[in-house]
Design a protein around this ligand. Structure first.
Ligand code: NDP
Length: 257
């Protein structure tokens, strides 16, 4: 609480521009090196950690840091829009850190380097979104009925549903004990190779519209850069691996890209 004030406000803005730059730089780098986890996992990036605990531990800070900030209070932490928006963020990360890892089937191990990067990202972004929503984001009366809030919240909800449904489709491609890959079918996979990533991108752009903060917009943009690159790598990989891969399937944005 001590740092609260215009200086910290400015710092959060700088962090947001940093996050956007990080996303853009990662997208550039990922044109040359696939993000090293899952099917591109490699010992070159450090010891291999089992997928389930790695996912749970690396994502947990995005749940705990904002929860801690909310528990400490903050100038706007008790306002209704702030509580709803922080609740959306926490719900996503409660699922990602506590439920998603338990559902993984025969997932490939995560290299230590990737684990540390994801962990640092979750600490940083948990602080950025948590601090913004508990201390600085102010909304006019009636914001919960504003079209930006309602459209954004709907986008967030639909995106999360698509993300969870698509991850469910992927998981069920494997029978117990299988570790190989198959062509995903059904749901949004009929339109794009990265249906789970499309859901997550929609989710965070919806969240950004509902929040109308530079911090949430930076996170959405960074997600677009990173998951858009991963979807492109998967798309290319599928086209190479499966001769009968659907040729009309786009990469990550239905009908467009
Ligand atoms: P992937 O689509 O690469 O893999 C998801 C799971 O499904 C893995 O267990 C994978 O196994 C399995 N799988 C994927 N494709 C197939 C297939 N064709 N056949 C059989 N099994 C398959 O997703 P990620 O692991 O990259 O991401 C998981 C979740 O985390 C997603 O919901 C994503 O949106 C989210 N995420 C969010 C990020 C953000 O910046 N906000 C960053 C990264 C992820 P295996 O491990 O063996 O490949």
């Amino acid at each position: 609480r001590r740092a609260e004030g215009p200086e910290e406000r400015r710092l959060l803005e700088l962090f947001s521009y940093g996050l956007m730059a990080l996303g853009a730089a990662s997208a550039l780098l990922l044109c040359f090196i696939p993000m090293p986890y899952g099917r591109y996992s490699s010992r070159r990036f450090g010891w291999l950690l089992p997928a389930r605990p790695a996912w749970a531990l690396q994502e947990l800070p995005s749940l705990l840091v904002p929860l801690g900030l909310a528990a400490c209070g903050g100038a706007v932490a008790a306002a209704r829009p702030n509580r709803v928006l922080l609740g959306c963020f926490l719900l996503h990360y409660a699922h990602r850190a506590l439920i998603f890892p338990l559902l993984i089937r025969e997932g490939k191990p995560t290299p230590f380097f990737t684990f540390v990067l994801a962990l640092l990202f979750c600490v940083f972004n948990g602080y950025l979104q948590g601090r913004s929503l508990t201390t600085y984001a102010t909304y006019p009366p009636g914001w919960l009925a504003d079209s930006r809030f309602i459209t954004g919240l709907l986008g967030w909800l639909i995106g999360m549903a698509i993300n969870i449904h698509s991850d469910h489709i992927l998981r069920n491609l494997r029978k117990p004990g299988e570790t190989g890959y198959k062509i995903p079918r059904g749901g949004m996979f009929e339109y794009v190779s990265g249906a789970n990533f499309f859901g997550e991108i929609l989710e965070w752009f919806g969240f950004a519209l509902a929040c109308c903060t530079i911090e949430s917009f930076a996170f959405a943009l960074c997600t677009l850069f990173i998951l858009g690159s991963r979807a492109r790598q998967h798309h290319k990989w599928y086209l190479k691996k499966f001769e009968d891969y659907p040729k009309d399937r786009k990469i990550v944005i239905p009908f467009l890209y």
